[in-house]
Design a protein around this ligand. Sequence first.
Ligand SMILES: NC(=O)c1ccc[n+]([C@@H]2O[C@H](COP(=O)([O-])OP(=O)(O)OC[C@H]3O[C@@H](n4cnc5c(N)ncnc54)[C@H](O)[C@@H]3O)[C@@H](O)[C@H]2O)c1
Length: 471
Amino acid sequence: MRYLHYILLSVIALILMGCNTAMPTIEGDGYKFSPESGMIHFDEPQRAHGQQSMLGYAAEPIPIVRVGFVGLGMRGRDAVSRFTHIEGVEIKALCDLVEQNVVGCQDFLERVGWPEAEGYVGEEAFKRLCEREDIDLVYISTDWVSHVPIALYAMEHGKHVAVEVPAATSVAECWQLVDTSERTRRHCMMLENCVYDFFELTTLNMAQQGLFGEILHAEGAYIHNLAEYWGAYHDNWRLEFNRTHRGDVYATHGFGPICMALDIHRGNRLEYLVSMDTKSVNGLAIARATMGAEEFANGDHTTTIIKTSRGQSIMLQHNVFTPRPYNRLYQLTGTHGFANKYPIEGFTFLPGKLPETLLPAGAVINPHNFVAEDVEAAIMEAYKHPIHREIEEVARRVGGHGGMDYVMDYRLIYCLRNGLPLDQDVYDAAEWSAIGELSATSAKHNSMPVAIPDFTRGEWNRLTGVTFYTK
Ligand SMILES: NC(=O)c1ccc[n+]([C@@H]2O[C@H](COP(=O)([O-])OP(=O)(O)OC[C@H]3O[C@@H](n4cnc5c(N)ncnc54)[C@H](O)[C@@H]3O)[C@@H](O)[C@H]2O)c1
């Protein structure tokens, strides 16, 4: 009888242990939950033998950069036009699925007096373009799912790559870009143009000079009602991607400039995120009306919060479905000051934190309000980034989202011609693009924390801050 008590306790313990082992595990394609960290972790492959980091990598100078364009839809054809305003460039080849897009760009080159570029048409025609000996850079502006296959093929054939946003659509694809770039020693730059916008680059300059004190929180977004545009994408690729993918699938415009201001993988590191989305109402309605869809994966509004190793938080939002003014937020909250781009552009500072020389006589700095317009204008002029000081006028004339697209292309070609490290490296492309699948994974698992892979494989502290190299 005395032992019955122990026997009963043992049976209960065994049952509980049984329950424990039968607990559902959270596991998916390339990721699983770790009880030690309390987070979901994606697989982080080891660096292959002989492969080296691309941090700070500079290739041999290329005096005349010979370019092949793949994807000549709305975005690609504008890029071709912008390149005709850049010195030291030859446009050698043009490729698209649609012959008319190729012919249209060839006609354009003829009209502006540029030499003829060879045309390639078809799904796999990019391969022939990449195989050419006389091309240095492949510039990719196709739909999202074809970015990585084309970029990999180009790097494998010795070409540097510039690829539209987001560079990749999954964490595994991000690793493919990193590994192929490291192995082939070819640049792979994502074409994140918002980094070069006037407010963003000025604000980065201010952040680097300590105007905001210590930055503690940042916000970015892609809030852009695409209702009128869905039908314009080739073969409906964008709506189809949103129909089948949850999460912040277009994070890089809001995220890229923030990562630069926070020195991500240049002394700071993205640690983990949590994400929550709404149900889909407008997305489903448009997909039902235009595609007969019964389900729609992408929530109408997705919010993601990220923690960095310096103890900062970042909030990102994605909403391309509901009626709202266009908004990328671009907001920095520092211990001494605050910057905000959308919906109202302005700065706020603690009294005494702005150089006196910027303040008109008698100006009062109120830490509850934006600084007055004349003070903001003085700040924008005083902290204008050296790149803008050099090429603002041409950039505004050539245009492309007000000039930032030209600044981006100009810098890419400038760095290649001078054998300098590019402003954005393959780790930026991977970190900023990975938000898509990482946020989707968190949202699918009741907003569980998801660790953000370190695509530099432990070298995130080697560089110090963002550098825009000049010769
Ligand atoms: N940075 C920005 O501000 C910005 C703005 C708009 C679009 N984009 C990006 O640009 C890219 C293209 O967008 P878009 O609006 O021009 O779309 P689009 O549908 O107008 O153009 C895509 C083009 O790619 C071509 N294409 C697809 N697969 C191809 C292949 N295998 N070989 C050759 N051509 C192929 C299509 O025929 C089409 O002409 C996307 O990645 C998008 O996210 C970036």
